[in-house]
Design a protein around this ligand. Structure first.
Ligand code: DAT
Ligand code: MG
Length: 149
């Protein structure tokens, strides 16, 4: 079953948006299989954003993402990787569509409140970076027959 890594960044936690954001993924019909609130270490943050290490904003990005607690999650469902990216919206919140999380709750690219894996392979890499197997629950929602035919 397809899974994706989602993180509510420290700005989303500080702004009290944790419940609202989790609610959107729940209401959509995806299944939560991993969840923890942690302050990421410098090393974890640098590995997570490794692909951006040559970009001018890398240092600020790592410092921001380690600046307070974030909510790390794994969500499961058919097509969840691409669907979560659409629910999250464009990287720049000012151009993110209304109705998306970034479009509804953020104004600045450096404070865009949420991360979501950009592809299935990226999701697998990020999930294993942030979670051990023992931290992920294999379960099936009793709502499943009402969500999928
Ligand atoms: P996304 O988070 O939508 O996958 P990304 O992978 O291109 O976007 O970049 C990772 C994060 O880095 C992004 O959420 C915010 C920050 N970022 C990206 N481009 C930036 C820029 N031009 N200036 C400042 N921060 C930027
Ligand atoms: Mg990205």
């Amino acid at each position: 079953m397809e899974r994706t890594f989602i993180a509510i960044k420290p700005d989303g936690v500080q702004r009290g948006l944790v419940g609202e954001i989790i609610g959107r993924f729940e209401a959509k019909g995806f299944t939560l299989v991993g969840l923890k609130l942690i302050i990421a270490s410098q090393e974890l943050a640098e590995r997570h954003y490794d692909i951006h290490k040559e970009r001018p904003f890398f240092k600020d990005l790592v410092s921001f993402i380690t600046s307070g607690p974030l909510v790390a999650m794994v969500w499961e469902g058919d097509g969840v990787v691409a669907s979560a990216r659409r629910i999250i919206g464009a990287t720049n919140p000012l151009t993110a569509e209304p109705g998306t999380i970034r479009g509804d709750f953020a104004v600045s690219i450096g404070r865009n409140i949420i991360h979501g894996s950009d592809a299935i392979e990226t999701a697998q890499r990020e999930i294993s970076l942030w979670f051990t197997d023992a931290e992920l629950a294999n379960w099936e929602s009793t709502m499943k027959p009402w969500l999928v035919e």
